[in-house]
Design a protein around this ligand. Sequence first.
Ligand SMILES: [Fe+2]
Ligand SMILES: [Fe+2]
Length: 155
Amino acid sequence: MMNYLEHNKEEHAEFKKIMEEIEKAEDGRTKRARFIELYASLYGHHEAEEEVIYPEIMEAIKKVEDLELSREMVEEHHLAMYQFQVVYETSASDETWDAKFSVLKEVLEHHMEEEETNFTEMAQKVLPKERYRELLEPFEAALEKYKEEKKKELQ
Ligand SMILES: [Fe+2]
Ligand SMILES: [Fe+2]
């Protein structure tokens, strides 16, 4: 059975695919539609991580190491959300759209990479695999809730 840490990598792969599609999209309509989908999905993903996953991991990390990396993870979420809003407020026909999106993509790629490697390694050390299995369901429930919330806001 899948656990959150494995599931996280799969979802990241899906986000990377959508980002490629956005970059390749020829017309502004498709670009915007895919972008809004990505925005809502990643908003849900980040909120769910911060609500369901991170607190417990951070509680456990605190006992053995400092929270520097975990705090960086949270700050990267915020930075990405800031840039999502910047791109959202820019018309797809604006000449700076691609540059703005490219910066967002870089922030997200960096974040996903670090979360999948260093952060995951640390997470595996401080909590048993079983716990990540249990956390998957509440993670997905929170993700859906926040994603739908954001979707409505972005319509
Ligand atoms: Fe993630
Ligand atoms: Fe994350």
